[in-house]
Design a protein around this ligand. Structure first.
Ligand code: PAF
Length: 254
């Protein structure tokens, strides 16, 4: 049966118990408002590990705008229902004080990759992400931790952080899950009307069009997006755009 825990000390004690030692443990960190993309990662972790632990924590330190944090969709009851249905072993739902007993006095900063692409437009965002992920890895001590490729820059930063700090967890990248129109699933899509969601799918279509970066940007603008950035990075085209004040990110392999 799924166990829901909010107290970190209680979890740490459990983590040391016999039932969790010498097991493969999959961690799926989330900020809740779970959609099919999250659930596909959770199902994969269940398949690949003895034990799966999902964390639900809307991490305030990674929101660089108060408005974005306030508008971030939350549905704890629905999330717990979905995860229990999948028979997840543990759901960790810590409060702010549990995760940040120092009130965010200690911060983990990366000084290169975190300053470009999304990081250029969201100062402090990746400090918040890396700090919370490091804490979650230290609390859960998973053998595997799963992150979606939609947040490609986040994924790369976390992989490098784990190597840099010799953390004994394998970071697993999960492919982007899209709806039938090609729109990458995201909790933020809930803030778009159905009509806007159809238009939002044009982001993926345009990124995959084979056009030059300049032409992709102008096409997106014509279609009604406010373009923050579209850039080639690794073997991908990464993008951050706004539609109706909702920030969307997506990327495609070249
Ligand atoms: O990708 C997310 O949902 C968040 O950035 C994460 C990894 C759960 C950290 O808060």
């Amino acid at each position: 049966m799924t166990k829901v825990i909010s107290n970190i000390k209680q979890f740490t004690k459990l983590r040391k118990s016999k039932s969790l030692t010498d097991k493969s443990i999959g961690l799926v960190p989330t900020m809740g408002a779970l959609h099919e993309g999250h659930l596909s990662i959770v199902k994969r972790s269940i398949k690949e590990n003895d034990i799966t632990i999902v964390t639900i924590f809307v991490n305030p330190t990674q929101f660089n705008s108060k408005e974005d944090l306030l508008k971030y969709p939350q549905n704890l009851k629905g999330d717990l229902f979905k995860l229990k249905k999948l028979k997840v072993d543990f759901i960790l739902v810590p409060a702010f004080n549990e995760i940040y007993p120092d009130n965010y006095a200690y911060v983990l900063t990366e000084n290169e990759l975190s300053k470009i692409l999304c990081g250029k437009y969201r100062p402090g965002h990746f400090d918040g992400v890396l700090t919370v992920v490091m804490k979650l890895l230290n609390i859960v001590k998973p053998t595997h931790a799963y992150f979606g490729e939609k947040d490609y820059q986040q994924l790369k930063l976390i992989k490098a952080m784990v190597d840099t700090f010799f953390i004994d967890t394998k970071i697993i990248a999960h492919p982007i899950v899209r709806n039938k129109n090609g729109l990458a699933l995201s909790s933020r899509n809930e803030r778009l009307s159905l009509e806007q969601q159809v238009l939002a799918a044009e982001l993926h279509k345009t990124l995959s069009s084979g056009l030059s970066i300049t032409k992709i940007k102008s096409t997106l603008k014509q279609k009604g997006f406010v373009v923050e950035y579209v850039e080639k990075f690794d073997n991908r085209i990464l993008s951050g755009v706004y539609l109706n004040k909702v920030r969307l990110i997506d990327n495609v392999k070249i």
